[in-house]
Design a binder for this molecule. Sequence first.
Ligand code: A3P
Length: 342
Amino acid sequence: MASNRNCPEIRENGEEESTELRRLFKGLENCPGFVRVGPAGYLFSVAFEPEIKSIYNMEVRATDIYVATFPRSGTTWTQEMVWLLLNDLDYAKAASLNLVDRYINVGISIWGLASRAKGAKILKFKEEDKRKYKQIITPGCELLAAASDPRFIKTHLPMCMLPPNLIETAKIVYVARDPRDVVVSLYHFYRLMPVPQFTGDFKTFWNMFVRDNVIRTPYFAHIKEAWELRNHPNMLFLFYEELKNDLSNTIKRTAKFFNKEYTDEQISVLCNHLNINNFRHNDSVSLNFLADVFIPGEEPFIRKGKVGGWRDYFDDEMTVECEQWMAKKLKETGIQFPVFSN
Ligand code: A3P
């Protein structure tokens, strides 16, 4: 284990929990271990451990732009919005550069881990693929050090794993989403990816998620860390549901956060560009270039894009359990999800 100096504390995951992970995630079956990071105990593969300290101690620049989320909360959607707002709505450039080349992913890259994890069941990247997937195989820290300003950075790491001077130095857009829709979306995503490649049913996934035994959980602690900074001038805290309910106004708020001004007509064009029906056909954001490594027959990376889709997945027992879990966590954390009538 890495020294805990200058990075959040790291401890081993419980043996039973690790056994459950290896049993239900095919891509983790040979994973040598799992760690819990920080006081909340965020769960990661041990293969990520060497990067934790480098990330915590990496350089932050005043011109950096972060989009941070718990996975499946609308990261990709927000990344495209933010990038376009900050690049004079240059749709041609956005189309010509894949989002993975426009943003550096700081934190665990599942593909990176898959290619580096010692002893783990890994994806064997061919030399030509290593070049093709360079941006997603190379640790974000390494890419960042060589990147020119302004650096667009995507991360699924919680605030406590990022450099402590981040909030005072750079701008962060954080997006939160109803955990019920997150867990459904994450279930599909973890089935789609060869690592971790979940093989159980939804109820099993839900049970692991609510017990914080899914990679990157706990969910509420992640949101809480950003929520507590929501009034900081460098933090724009958004909800996926706000983007869905009123994209135009959310774009205006985001533009204002970055001191950008656009006409109503320009915003209307951007809304159309970001609409899920167009977005899912947008090759520069859809990760279609990874089609040959995704697990066949699973739902795509850009999936339904709906609010409330969880209702098709939760039975009565899960619904009650989830209501109790959410009520408890919302009370503990003070997080308030927006309520819309439609
Ligand atoms: P679903 O699986 O519920 O459809 P992330 O980018 O953080 O991985 O989030 C993925 C989720 O955002 C998926 O949710 C995906 O379909 C949804 N999404 C992606 N683009 C979207 C868009 N333009 N509008 C609405 N939802 C979108």
